[in-house]
Design a protein around this ligand. Structure first.
Ligand code: ADP
Length: 841
């Protein structure tokens, strides 16, 4: 910033329309009019740094302003302070801008000399007009003595209005001035800090110490966004004290207006109550949703439907209160708010649960029920009898608290279908809840709603699905529940099954009691033994031990084949499966105690037959229909249009023709060849036991598996070694121990068994024993292989073959005691298979 400048007595004048340039201020201008371009070119561009011009404010002639007393017309007396010069432009009109012609220009009598800090010259295309961009810095005030024109622009004779250093020193000693300057500095400081806070930029207060006060006043006023009329008097304030007080007044006023604006904002903010803010936010959210294409109305409709549903759900009064409180909360929420969805899902559940809704119970007709059970299930005489007793007691005393029936047996023996028959007999809906793999109490009781992704337990969820409060519920695989750190599902089940407690069953998710006392509970398990004893106490176990091959054959012929055929849209007219073939399926393609796999295999045969039938249908249509038509007609038909296509069939043999052709074809009869084609090569081809035991060291055992009984061969071999025992075939610890016991027992009895001549002879001397259980991929365990192991070892050491027609099972103690065995019926079903088949007609 220039300290003091030597001003010439004459300056080219650039008029500033309604704008003021103050000393110390920097302004950017773009000159496009011919007069200003000429001025800049001649006075600044060509003179470079030495160039100075005068900036003189002019007021728009259209504005209605007071014209001062003194008028300078082309020269004359010096205008007094604040008085504009009015130039009657017509005097030199031929050279001036057209715009100024015939207009009075209200020149201000004082202006500010300026120099160019930076300039650039441009040429507009395609007109070729020259323009200038100039950064001007205001230097010092001057007053106009005489205004003239030079070519197309004005010039003026001027008197600089600079304050000398002496004058500055003098005024600085003035007490008033000092007080004024202190005041100015403080408000200037305040203004700076307000601006800095707004703009979050700091470090501008330095300017207050580095720039002299008289210049600061101009700079501050120049930086304020104030009107032309407010800034104009600053040019006229030549006296330092006047200038400072003027600047103080302007800065203070500006600061005041900033403070008022802030106060208003704060007051408005404060006046917006919480709900108003919420409203505003909701409106914004709505607008955003609309922009995104989400439709809020859907949610409103949904909530109305939900409320309606809740009202019709027959909620008990305390639960209704609870639910409506939750609904009120939900209505206040925005769909995007966390918790909205979970709250809604919760209320949906409450509205869907069958609080009062129940299916009407049928008057129990025991005779009809018995007939139905017989019709649906082959055999199971004792089981059916027990079911009838159970139902009879219910008929006489509907609220009888008898034990829960628990069907125990291998898969596919009809546990589920018996339970569903009971439901049908009672005229109730049937619900099966699988408890397999349930380790966690929350599976039964649900998760508390505080957890993310929480949901109700299986019972409440199931009841929601059946939508009645009195269904028959089968707790399937109740023996497969475990317990771990997450709680014991069995204790939750106890509450479910206890008539005293289940009136107010508490699900953590639902969090209000639900009455389960109208539900008829049944249970099913593969084994009774893993069921926790408190649970078992509440139940009456009904065993379904598995079917013999003969039973399976009867079940297949009477129940499974008719059902499978109808499920596939077939009848015996299309597919026939002779008994002998069913036998083959049972023997070669299934190995199970129940009939589930058998049903599946029969279904596979039915599917294959269905495909054949469908293919036959197509062949009929094409062969007879189209090919018999005379060829020109075909051409006409296909070129003719849409409805012609429909004519193709009737013109041939028609629908009647198809069905009769179809009926005429003989039914498909399943045979061994078809079995191999459809079901693949036989899965279970048992070598004859006699072949397997042809070498010494092999014995035949019977084992129980969850799928029923199986024949298990045990193979033993001896080889040169150090007397070690090796065991293979995926054996568990118990079976390994049985092998050790068996070997020890045989060694101890070596002489008695005539395996060695004297007691002193070590049977294992110089040899190792290897025992293998074939089907090495299936894990095996349990103590009942004991006797089979002993037999295999004795056979090995004595080199005598075992009988092929005898299988054995039983745990043996070290002293040679064979303990009682269980699951005999399951275990022997394999043997029965061959037996029964050999006696079947
Ligand atoms: P589980 O529940 O014991 O595993 P399911 O009840 O599901 O077995 O029975 C499997 C299939 O076998 C069902 O289609 C069922 O109707 C049929 N089934 C089982 N036992 C018999 C039976 N004694 N008579 C007729 N069909 C039976």
């Amino acid at each position: 910033m220039a300290e003091s400048v030597e001003l010439p007595s004459k300056l080219a004048i650039l008029p500033f329309r309604n704008k003021v340039l103050l000393p110390g201020a920097i302004i950017f201008i773009r000159c496009t009019s011919s007069s200003s371009v000429k001025l800049v070119e001649q006075e600044l561009w060509q003179k470079e740094e030495k160039g100075l011009i005068g900036i003189l404010p002019v007021r728009d002639s259209s504005e209605n302003v007071m014209v001062g007393s003194a008028m300078a017309q082309g020269g004359g007396t010096e205008p007094t302070e604040r008085s504009p010069i009015i130039l009657y432009a017509s005097s030199d009109s031929h050279k001036l801008d057209e715009k100024n012609q015939e207009e009075f220009i209200h020149w201000h009598a004082r202006g500010v000399a300026a120099r160019a800090l930076h300039m650039s010259r441009g040429v507009e295309k395609p007109s070729g007009r020259v323009t200038y961009m100039v950064f001007l810095e205001g230097l010092c005030r001057f007053s106009v003595q005489e205004l003239n024109t030079r070519g197309t622009y004005y010039t003026a004779k001027i008197i600089p209005l600079q304050t000398t250093k002496a004058e500055i020193k003098l005024v600085e000693q003035d007490a008033d001035f000092r007080a004024l300057s202190l005041h100015f500095k403080s408000i200037a400081m305040e203004l700076i800090s307000v601006i800095e806070q707004k703009q979050k930029t700091f470090g501008r207060t330095k300017v207050l110490e580095t720039v002299p006060l008289h210049k600061l006043a101009d700079i501050f006023v120049a930086s304020l966004e104030i009107s032309f009329d407010e800034q104009l008097p600053m040019i006229d304030s030549v006296d330092l004290k006047v200038r400072l007080s003027k600047a103080t007044e302007l800065v203070e006023r500006h600061l005041q207006s900033i403070r008022i604006a802030e106060k208003i904002t704060q007051r408005v903010d404060g006046q917006l109550s919480k709900s108003q803010k919420e409203f505003l936010l909701q409106q914004q959210m709505k607008a955003i949703n609309e922009e995104l294409g989400d439709n809020d109305n859907d949610d409103e409709d949904d909530l109305a439907t939900l409320e309606n549903k809740m009202q019709n759900a027959g909620l008990p009064s305390n639960i209704s209160k609870h639910a409506h409180r939750e609904l009120r909360r939900l209505k206040k929420m925005q769909p995007q708010q966390p918790g909205y969805n979970s709250s809604r899902v919760y209320l949906e559940l409450i509205a869907d649960l069958p609080w009062k809704k129940a299916s009407q119970e049928l008057e129990l007709d025991l005779k009809a029920t018995k007939e139905m059970l017989d019709k649906d299930h082959y055999g199971l005489v004792m089981v059916k009898q027990r079911i009838i007793e159970y139902l009879a007691v219910r008929k006489l005393k509907p609220d009888a608290r008898g034990p829960v029936l628990c069907f125990v047996g291998p898969p596919g023996v009809g546990k589920t279908s018996l339970a569903s028959s009971i439901a049908a007999a009672l005229g109730k809906k049937f619900l099966r809840i699988s408890l397999g793999g349930v380790n966690d109490e929350t599976d039964i009781r649900g998760h508390r709603r505080t957890y993310i992704g929480s949901m109700p337990g299986r019972l409440i969820d199931g009841l929601k699905r059946v939508a009645v409060s009195n269904p028959v519920v089968l707790l399937d695989e109740i023996d497969k529940t475990g317990s771990d750190v997450r709680g014991d599902p069995a204790s939750a089940l106890l509450e479910v099954l206890d008539p005293e407690q289940n009136k107010t069953f508490h699900d953590h998710y639902l969090n209000v009691p639900f009455d389960l006392s109208n539900v008829v509970f049944l249970a099913a398990a593969n084994k009774a033994q893993p069921i926790p004893s408190p649970l078992l106490d509440r139940m009456e176990v009904i065993e379904l031990p598995g079917y013999t091959a003969g039973e399976k054959l009867r079940i297949a012929i009477r129940h499974l084949i008719p059902r499978v055929l109808s499920q596939h849209g077939l009848s015996p007219d299309f597919l026939q499966i002779p008994e002998a073939v069913v036998k083959l399926v049972i023997e070669r393609y299934t190995r199970e105690a129940g009939v589930r796999n058998l049903e599946r295999k029969l279904a596979t045969l039915a599917r294959a037959a269905a495909v054949k039938v469908a293919e036959q249908e197509q062949v009929v249509t094409l062969n007879h229909d189209i090919q018999q038509l005379p060829s020109p007609l075909i051409e006409n038909t296909f070129s003719g249009g849409a409805e012609v296509g429909m004519e193709v069939l009737p013109m041939g043999i028609g629908n009647h023709g198809i069905s009769s052709t179809f009926n005429m074809s003989s039914p498909l009869v399943a045979d061994e060849e078809m079995l191999e084609k459809v079901l693949g090569p036989p899965i279970y081809v048992e070598e004859e036991a006699s072949e397997r035991v042809a070498t010494p060291g092999v014995s035949v055992g019977l084992v129980w598996t969850p799928l029923g009984g199986e024949v298990q061969f045990v193979e033993a071999a001896a080889m040169v070694g150090k007397g070690e025992l090796r065991l293979t075939g995926q054996l568990g610890d118990i079976i390994k121990e049985s092998a050790q016991i068996a070997l020890s027992w045989v060694r101890a009895r070596a002489a008695d068994l005539k395996l060695a001549s004297t007691k002193e002879i070590n049977l294992l001397h110089g040899r190792d024993i290897h025992i293998h259980f074939p089907r090495g991929a299936t894990p095996k365990d349990g103590p009942s292989a004991g006797i089979t192991l002993v037999t295999a070892l004795v056979s090995l050491f004595s080199q005598r073959r075992v009988r092929a027609d005898t299988a054995m099972t039983g745990e043996m103690t070290l002293r040679g005691l064979v303990l009682p065995v269980g699951g005999i019926k399951d275990k022997v079903w394999v043997c029965l298979t061959s037996l029964v088949f050999s006696h079947l007609p």
